[in-house]
Structures are given as C-alpha cells and as structure tokens.
Write a protein that binds this ligand. Structure first.
Ligand SMILES: Cc1cc2nc3c(=O)[nH]c(=O)nc-3n(C[C@H](O)[C@H](O)[C@H](O)COP(=O)(O)OP(=O)(O)OC[C@H]3O[C@@H](n4cnc5c(N)ncnc54)[C@H](O)[C@@H]3O)c2cc1C
Length: 316
C-alpha cells in the first residue's frame, strides 16, 4: 500500500502536472552530476514563487533553488524535498532619463541572453559578463564577477525584490546585500532574490560588443571551454594571506598548479590542465570521486603552502 504524503498532496493540488516526481537533474547542473529530485517544480512568475514558498514553509518541506546550476556540486544521489529551478524570465523598462535606463529584470533571466540583449540595446553594465553561465539570481546570490576590468553583475543593482523563506516579499536597496568577494547576504539569510531594477548606461553597441568579445576571448584563452565544469572551484585567498605567505598572487589556481596538481585525475574528474582551479567531469563522474579529488587538492595545497582552500562552488 502506498503511504500518502499530505504535504506533497498540497503541492500536487496547487501545481498539478507542473509538479514532477523523481526528476533526473543531470542536465540542470553544468558539472553534470547524476542526481534525482524527489519533487521538482519550475516557478515562472512571482506568483508561482509566492505559492510554492508558502507551502514549503507551512509544511516544512526541504527545498533547493537552482538557477543555471553552474556553481553547484551535487553529492546526493537523491535530493529529498523539492528542487525549484528558476524559470522566471522577464525584462521591462522601468524608467529612462538622460544617459540611463532602469531595467526591471527577473531572477531566472539567463545571463547569456541578458548580456547579448543589453549590448544590442546599447546599454552598458553587463557586457563583461559575456560567457558567464547561469541566471541573474545565481549571479546576485554568488556576487559573480569578471576581473578584467573588475566588474560585478551586482554593480548596477538599484532595488531588489526579495522573498523570505515564509513567502513574504519586500524591497531592499543594493546596500542591504553587503556584497563582497563571492559573497552576498542571501548566503546567510537564505532569502530569495526574485527580481531587481538595474541602472544601465546608454553606450555605443559596437563598443560594448568589442568589450564583451575581449572578455570572451580571455576566457577561452585561459579557461577550459565547452566542458562539464562548475567554474572556479575554490576561492582565491585574501590579500593578507597572500602577504603572510609571500605569494606573488592570491589565485587559488596558482596554488593548485604549483602544488603539482594540474591534470590530477580521480575517476572521471580531473583538475583542468588549462586552468588548475577548474575541475572537469570528463564523463559520467561519480560523486565520491569528486569528493576524493577535492580532498586531495585541499590537503596537498595545505601541505605545500599551509593554506586551507575554501570552496567557491556550493555543495549539495
Ligand atoms: C564555465 C563557467 C564559467 C564561470 N565563470 C564565472 C565567472 O567568470 N565569474 C564568476 O563569478 N563565476 C563564474 N562561474 C560560476 C557561476 O557561473 C556563477 O556563480 C553563476 O553566477 C551562478 O549562477 P547560477 O544561476 O548557475 O547559480 P546556481 O549554480 O544555480 O546556484 C548557485 C547558488 O545560488 C543559489 N541561488 C540561485 N538563484 C537564486 C535566487 N534567485 N535567490 C537566492 N539564491 C539563489 C542556489 O541555491 C545556489 O546556492 C562560472 C561557471 C562556469 C561553469
């Protein structure tokens, strides 16, 4: 006899066929980890987010938010509760004055689309993020950046609409997020970034395209491209650590490379030969092999340099 699960019945009643069970998620993570979601739902509007989060909160259902899945390493074979893959995609002009255009952008907006569309519209602010995978929401949560020149996706954020875990919604200004290297306050509060108004500057579209292509060229020259990866796996070390250990750079990739780990392979997972801070899934990689490789990298760097690397990628 099948045991009925009341809390999931509520989700089922609310979302019907849109709620999926035992969903294979491998395609939704750029590291291509094999995993299954007990329940799976794709919110496409603020209303969906409101409804699903109020049920999740009321029935205490575990949940995981996935944007583009480009900064997540999954170790669980089966993710219990509900996986919410953000497909809330909308863009509109909120205001326009003089040199500036304020765009209201939803959190599920794919960064690749956003970058190209704003370039084509002659709006500066996102052009250096050409080639950044994922969604706007993931980029705000992670405070994603480009370093040549230093530019954060969050730079142009004016006002954000965020949701608490109980489904209540409020607005906050950019300051609220305490943005720092690989950090936004959402990582501590667990709040959800729903949408935001971003102030972009009118600029010559062909110049913007040039800047974007420079960034993409650098990316292709220095990073593995078109492979299964979660991007930079570890955070760079701080300026003070760099000085303490008299290192020429704070780059985690440099430390991993100099510790002799480039090309190190366990199962299908490999430390990229092109950029040592990228771990690649070369086939049907198993979670336990990824864990072993991550531990090997961390312990070797600690032995060689006395430095404890911290993961940039989120672990699930
Ligand atoms: C090839 C490659 C290149 C990369 N290059 C860069 C780079 O140049 N610079 C850089 O900074 N990063 C880079 N990354 C890392 C990654 O792409 C970014 O961190 C990206 O912005 C994550 O967005 P996402 O939508 O994929 O987030 P996901 O990986 O889906 O999620 C990351 C975290 O954010 C949370 N989250 C997602 N959406 C929301 C939301 N709306 N509200 C609250 N929490 C949310 C998730 O729960 C999870 O904890 C790269 C990754 C890859 C694979």
């Amino acid at each position: 006899m099948q045991i009925r699960n009341v809390k999931y019945d509520v989700l089922d009643r609310e979302f019907g066929d849109r709620l999926e069970k035992d969903k294979d998620l491998a395609a939704f993570f750029t590291l291509k980890m094999n995993t299954v979601a007990e329940y799976f739902f794709e919110p496409i509007s603020i209303e969906d987010w409101r409804k699903v989060m109020s049920i999740v909160y009321e029935y205490d259902i575990p949940f995981l938010i996935v944007g583009g899945g480009s900064n997540i390493a999954v170790f669980q074979k089966r993710i219990l509760g509900i996986v919410l893959r953000n497909r809330f995609i909308s863009k509109s002009i909120e205001d326009e004055s003089g040199q500036f255009v304020d765009l209201k952008l939803s959190s599920g907006y794919p960064m690749s689309m956003l970058v190209q569309e704003t370039i084509d519209q002659g709006l500066s602010g996102f052009e250096y993020h050409y080639g950044l995978p994922g969604t706007l929401g993931g980029a705000i949560y992670m405070n994603s950046k480009w370093t040549r020149p230093l530019s954060y996706v969050s730079d142009s954020l004016l006002i954000a609409t965020i949701m608490d875990r109980d489904g209540s919604v409020r607005k906050e200004s950019r300051d609220y997020f305490d943005f720092a290297y690989d950090y936004s306050k959402l990582q501590d509060t667990g709040e959800i970034f729903l949408e935001g108004v971003f102030r972009l500057m009118k600029y010559d579209a062909s110049e913007l395209q040039k800047h974007a292509e420079e960034a993409l060229r650098y990316r292709k020259d220095t990073q593995p491209f078109g492979v299964a990866t979660g991007g930079c796996f570890f955070q760079n070390i701080s300026q003070s650590e760099q000085e303490k250990y008299s290192l020429p750079t704070g780059s985690a990739g440099y430390l991993i490379d100099k510790a002799g780990l480039k090309g190190k392979r366990i199962g299908c997972f490999e430390v990229s030969k092109k950029h040592a801070n990228f771990i690649i899934n070369t086939g049907n990689g198993k979670a336990e092999d990824l864990r072993k490789l991550v531990n090997t990298v961390k312990s070797t760097v600690q032995q060689v340099y006395g430095i404890k690397l911290k993961e940039e990628v989120c672990f699930v």
